[in-house]
Design a protein around this ligand. Structure first.
Ligand SMILES: Nc1ncnc2c1ncn2[C@@H]1O[C@H](COP(=O)(O)OP(=O)(O)OP(=O)(O)O)[C@@H](O)[C@H]1O
Ligand SMILES: [Mg+2]
Length: 306
């Protein structure tokens, strides 16, 4: 059994809670998390890739000692994968057994076949099973990848925290889950869904905060290397690339450089490891070589001046 923890009492408490899960949050994000927890409202997080949206839900589940239920969204996600479905193979076996025994009446059998015993609970239904004080964290990840009918369905679930299974009836949560929704904003999410949530745009961290994240996630990185890595990544984010590196890439790149026993950047090692940072050939071609060397000397001058 996981250990249960109380919900935070203040924004500072929330910052401390996230920090225990090695999550370095802006105060504005901690405020949104705090309010979502206190008010029992879903938290809707939008932001670029790799800025720590999904991680919030994982850290909340871990630090609050709650079960994490994850619904990964994709195009064509349907009720059978997201909510529930009937266990057809088991129903078939039950029918065969009843036939062989020749006992059960048809009505009794039909009723039995569509009872909870044969119900397969998918994430949304599982999320309604929480007991007071131990409701799970429900992560609805990358909602922008689903289609509108699913969003409409979700709207109902988020409004009442109840789900109707026609053959059984309405199942209502005694304790609503802690809900975190994320989106990469490949399309706009319907206003009606957003209205039910507290919204927060997760931005790229400042240089100081990103160094703090590195100190947590890659503690073996030397101070000088972290400073340079963060400064370099932050410069790339200002460059209008096709796909700017997220925090995930900063962490990856630092780990790669440590694997290569580096304690500082140099133009050659940057060129050879850009694949940890940039994932599009056009971006790599733009940065590799003289541009990387230019950025490096620029940031050296700036860091030296600090
Ligand atoms: N503020 C932060 N504190 C600690 N770690 C962070 C922070 N932001 C990002 N990370 C780390 O960066 C990585 C990527 O985070 P995450 O997967 O949550 O990003 P995301 O926003 O969900 O990205 P995507 O949109 O691609 O799914 C994780 O390993 C996470 O630990
Ligand atoms: Mg994510």
């Amino acid at each position: 059994m996981q250990e249960k923890h109380e919900l935070p009492e203040s924004i500072d408490d929330t910052l401390a809670l996230l920090s225990r899960g090695d999550y370095v949050a802006e105060r504005s994000l901690a405020t949104a998390v705090f309010l979502a927890l206190r008010m029992g409202r879903p938290l809707f997080l939008e932001g670029e890739a790799g800025v720590g949206k999904t991680e919030i839900a994982k850290v909340l589940a871990a630090t609050l000692g709650r079960r994490l239920i994850r619904l990964q969204c994709y195009e064509g996600l349907d009720i059978a994968s997201a909510v529930y479905e009937w266990n057809y193979p088991r129903q078939m076996i039950e029918i065969r057994l009843a036939e062989a025994a020749g006992t059960a009446s048809r009505e009794a059998l039909a009723q039995d076949l569509f009872s909870e015993r044969f119900l397969i609970r998918r994430p949304l239904l599982q999320a309604l099973e929480g007991k007071p004080g131990s409701a799970p964290v429900l992560l609805i990840d990358e909602l922008d990848r689903t289609d509108e009918p699913f969003e409409a369905y979700l709207l109902e679930v988020l409004s009442d925290f109840q789900i109707t299974v026609p053959e059984i009836g309405t199942i209502k949560a005694t304790q609503p889950p802690i809900v975190v929704l994320t989106s990469n904003r490949t399309r706009e999410i319907h206003d009606a869904v957003k209205r039910r949530c507290l919204y927060h745009w997760v931005d790229y961290p400042s240089a100081a905060r990103e160094r703090e994240i590195l100190a947590r996630k890659v503690p073996e990185a030397p101070e000088k290397l972290s400073r340079e890595v963060v400064a370099f990544v932050q410069k790339l984010r200002g460059m209008d690339l096709f796909k700017a590196p997220g925090v995930a890439e900063t962490i990856d790149w630092s780990r790669a450089l440590i694997e290569l026993d580096r304690i500082a950047l140099d133009p050659e090692i940057i060129d050879n490891t850009l694949g940890a940072l940039l994932k599009y050939q056009d971006d790599i071609a733009r940065v590799r070589g003289s541009e990387a060397a230019r950025i490096l000397s620029e940031l050296r001058a700036e860091l030296g001046a600090v």
